[in-house]
Write a protein that binds this ligand. Structure first.
Ligand code: NAD
Length: 500
């Protein structure tokens, strides 16, 4: 017990020193052993973090854009310098392989780079002479204390979708990362402090529903960004908005990849295997269902099997590994349960990853890649978000049938179309009811200067995350109408003001 790593909160620019009432286990997914203990915040600890953020807000919101931007540039340099260390935390607690973890940090870094441009991004508007000698102008101001609640699958990147931009806009921030892999959030908060961020501007509290519920009802928290599963996203949206907060809550997904018969099948097979099994399928933009049109499945599946057979699955820190373990034993068993259900429901299991073991790591949360053919819409493996290395192929006769399948789904995060037919691609672009669309690109996560967000049950709220939607979410508009006093303006007029 004594040698286990202790992971505490980060409040007011330093580690929180108070005794911890509750702990949670943090596992090494590759061995199955408990590797650390994370503090679980009580409402009183959350209140301390919010109070620190509230106290820091007055001076942070008044700090110059140049100062904010310089601190962000310094933070960017530190994240770049410590990329490998951040990635090592991700591999140790989440399980993802090193190359994937490095990619995660890189995509988070790109949002910091976008936030470095805050002097440009926050520019207001000005209209001269909207009426005779009357001008109108607008500025965007921060909201106050903003909270972020994030999922286990991107412990560095998803928080970076939020706090760099929120802080750049002049807000102060309380982050509640996933309790499953909490260390990267603390390390990045330390780097931000080293970059010159004043105490209290970024706080990290660890914990579960207890901490989240306190953030949702705290009167000084003005906005909540959430990323996680759909039922919790809906709960966060409903509870947060009921407490008068601005909320964006990104939920789960079930992403389709349509393959038309004219597609480059080598490319499609590479894409389906990469996007289906990357990060062991624990990505909200993972492909989980390939919808193969006409004879595409007959040509695609053998190519996918070949590639799956060559995948290197093992502990994420080992050189050359391509897929690591799942995050917890409970999750691993739940995913394996879906494979059992798929077989029972009549789908054809082409590749069975259930017996897979890593010699020397028998206690690890590993599941080999699983591939189903002949998956039908009524089956649980078609309907549910499995969030593991389970990929299904569903066969349809036509493009119309394929797009009807996609548009009938309750989730609408990502989708991809593989084809060489420009006309079909353009039709798809127009018709598909999904927030992020890939054309011959299987994981269309938008770059940092666009915004990320799904439709339907994949997003509750109006604005997507990061990009200009992020700037809009973390700031509010103030509009001025002004004129310099002039004798011509004198005289009482009870009419409603109109332009002259
Ligand atoms: P989760 O919903 O279980 O947890 C997300 C966060 O909510 C965590 O910080 C957790 O502590 C907190 N939480 C969990 N249960 C809660 C409750 N009852 N009340 C209040 N807070 C609670 O999600 P997860 O398992 O960590 O992450 C995987 C899910 O996240 C998948 O569904 C995935 O699709 C989704 N996800 C979505 C996106 C996106 O951008 N749409 C990105 C990444 C992950």
């Amino acid at each position: 017990m004594s040698e286990l790593k202790q992971i505490g909160h980060w409040i007011d620019g330093k580690p929180h020193g108070r005794p911890v009432e509750r702990h949670g286990d943090v596992f090494d997914p590759a061995t199955g052993q408990v590797a650390g203990k994370v503090a679980m915040a009580t409402p009183a600890v959350v209140d301390e973090a919010v109070a620190s953020a509230q106290a820091a807000f007055a001076s942070w919101r008044s700090s110059s854009l140049t100062k904010r931007s310089r601190i962000l540039f310094a933070f960017r340099e530190l994240v770049e310098k410590h990329k490998a260390e951040i990635a090592a935390y991700l591999t140790a607690e989440h399980g993802k392989v090193t190359a994937d973890a490095m990619g995660e940090v890189q995509r988070g870094l790109e949002v910091i780079e976008f936030a470095c441009g805050i002097p440009h991004l926050l520019k207001g508007e000005f209209s001269e002479n909207v009426s005779t000698e009357v001008d109108v102008w607008s500025i965007r101001q921060p909201l106050g204390v903003v909270a972020g609640i994030t999922p286990f699958n991107f412990p560095a990147m998803v928080p970076m979708w939020m706090y760099p931009l929120a802080i750049a806009c002049g807000n102060t921030f309380v982050l509640k990362p996933s309790e499953r892999d909490p260390s990267a959030a603390n390390f990045c908060a330390e780097l931000f402090a080293e970059a010159g961020l004043p105490p209290g501007v970024l706080n990290v509290v660890h914990g579960d529903k207890v901490a989240v519920d306190r953030l949702l009802e705290h009167p000084d928290v003005k906005a909540i960004s959430f990323v996680g599963s759909t039922p919790i996203a809906q709960y966060i949206y409903e509870t947060g908005t009921r407490h008068g907060k601005r909320v964006q809550a990104l939920g789960g997904a079930k992403n389709h990849m349509i393959v038309l018969p004219d597609a480059d099948m080598e490319l499609a097979a590479d894409a389906a295997v990469s996007a289906g099994y990357g990060s062991a399928g624990e990505r909200c933009m993972a492909i989980s269902m390939v919808v193969a049109v006409g004879d595409a499945a007959d040509r695609l599946i053998p190519k996918m099997r070949e590639r799956i057979a060559k995948l290197k699955v093992g502990p994420g820190h080992l050189e050359g590994m391509e897929m690591g373990p799942l995050v917890t034993r409970v999750h691993r068993d739940k995913v394996a349960g879906y494979v059992d259900a798929g077989v029972a429901e009549g789908a054809e299991l082409v590749t069975d990853g259930r017996p897979f073991k890593v010699p020397g790591h028998e206690g690890g949360f590993f599941l080999g890649p699983c591939l189903f053919d002949k998956v039908e819409p009524g089956m649980s493996i078609y309907k549910d978000e499995i969030f593991g290395p389970v990929l299904g192929v569903s066969r349809v006769a036509s493009y119309d049938e394929a797009i009807a399948r996609v548009n009938a789904g309750p989730y609408a995060n990502g989708v991809a179309l593989f084809t060489n037919d420009g006309g079909a691609a353009r039709k798809f672009q127009h018709e598909v009811e999904v927030g992020m669309v890939g054309i011959n690109v299987p994981i269309p996560v938008p770059v940092a200067f666009y915004s990320f967000g799904g439709w339907k049950a994949s997003l509750f709220g109006d604005l997507h995350i990061y990009g200009m939607d992020g700037v809009r979410f973390y700031s509010r508009n103030k509009v001025f109408t002004g004129r310099w006093p002039d004798p011509r303006h004198r005289g009482v007029d009870l009419g409603f003001p109109t332009s002259k």
